[in-house]
Write a protein that binds this ligand. Structure first.
Ligand code: TXA
Ligand code: MG
Length: 328
């Protein structure tokens, strides 16, 4: 086996960058993360600077395995271990009471900390070799679409990141599900890669999905995950007419066309047909938004998918991407 050429980023190189307080973008199964040593305050501060993220918004700490839970979280961790057993490594983030030493830079001043073990082989190798926790938000500028390829990380953050590990396209494509176990009743703070139904099956009871969590969450901001184009949600029946009307009004219209819809006339700038399978849709969602932006679309029209399984996460991201937009 020939060693990788020196200019190709390696996991060893990434570990060195983390050790000296730098930033590493790395693939997870959900989206690419922008990682820093979670126990290095200055390094964590750089994440906020590079992303343009308000400082009180907490970060997820990525761990090499569930064995690290006790080092970061305290209190009764029985439910956390049960869920970890079933879903880690995987797209589930657990919000737990933090150990007193965990930095407020990471927790945004909260008494809780968000933890997850990602399922991507490169992420796991990085975490195992690094040994500590890696604080990582999605590797995009605050408010914009999360990257699911190394190319999109480069486009979004450029030279602001010290090293980018390229692990190909992310297989899940939407962020992790965030489950808050810190209060008296478990609550889903963000739908994501693990469907709520699967969590309920393991916990043996229905889960709360609060309309507004009591902790500040950028993922809960009304406008988030947005492409440059204006994203508008429309009813499926009115989609063709809206696409035609806006195109005739001189807009470059992009359409996320639901499966089974008839094709649109050529005057519509760009239409991409969505896969019927929701896992496949989730995998492609952010890349499709990037693609329609690149094609110069000014408006993107979308409909909401059925909100079961991964459909809940897709619908959540579409709603937030569209939040605050006024129809033309
Ligand atoms: O899939 C993911 O979760 C990706 C990959 C990179 O792991 N990460 C991600 O990070 O989506 P970010 O920073 O874009 O979103 C983290 C979410 C935010 O909504 C944040 O408010 C919430 O996690 N969060 C972090 N710590 C929290 C805490 N202590 N309590 C409540 N929410 C928390
Ligand atoms: Mg994000």
């Amino acid at each position: 086996m020939t060693p990788a050429p020196p200019d190709l980023p390696t996991v060893e190189g990434a570990v060195e960058v983390l050790r000296r307080g730098g930033l590493v973008a790395f693939p997870t199964e959900t989206v690419y993360g922008l990682g820093a040593d979670a126990s290095n305050e200055a390094a964590v501060a750089r994440i906020f600077a590079v992303k343009g993220r308000p400082p009180h918004h907490p970060l997820i700490v990525h761990l090499p395995s569930a064995e690290a839970l006790e080092a970061w979280a305290r209190g009764d961790l029985a439910a956390a271990h049960r869920l970890a057993e079933r879903f880690w490594p995987g797209p589930l983030t657990l919000v737990l009471r933090r150990q007193p030493w965990v930095s407020h830079r990471v927790t945004g001043g909260a008494e809780t900390v968000a933890l997850r073990v990602p399922a991507h082989p490169l992420a796991l190798e990085l975490l195992r070799r690094f040994g500590g926790g890696i604080a990582a938000p999605s590797a995009n500028r605050f408010g914009s679409v999360s990257p699911t390829t190394a190319q999109h990380v480069r486009q979004s953050l450029g030279d602001a990141v010290d090293l980018i590990l390229d692990g190909g396209p992310c297989p899940v494509g939407v962020e992790s599900t965030i489950l808050d176990l810190s209060g008296s009743t478990p609550a889903v703070l963000r739908p994501g890669g693990v469907p709520r139904e699967e969590l309920e099956a393991v916990l043996g009871h229905a889960l709360l999905v609060p309309a507004r969590p009591n902790v500040p969450s950028p993922g809960q901001h009304p406008r988030h995950y947005s492409p440059t184009a204006t994203l508008l949600l429309v009813e499926r029946e009115s989609l063709p007419w809206e696409a035609i009307r806006l195109s005739r009004a001189g807009r470059r219209v992009g359409v996320l066309l639901p499966p089974g819809s008839p094709p649109l006339p050529g005057e519509v700038h760009a239409a991409v047909r969505l896969p019927a399978d929701l896992a496949e849709y989730a995998r492609q969602l952010y890349a499709l938004l990037f693609h329609l932006d690149e094609l110069g679309c000014q408006v993107i029209l979308a409909t909401l998918p059925p909100e079961e399984g991964l459909g809940a996460a897709i619908a959540d991201r579409l709603r937030r991407a569209a939040a605050g937009e006024t129809p033309f």
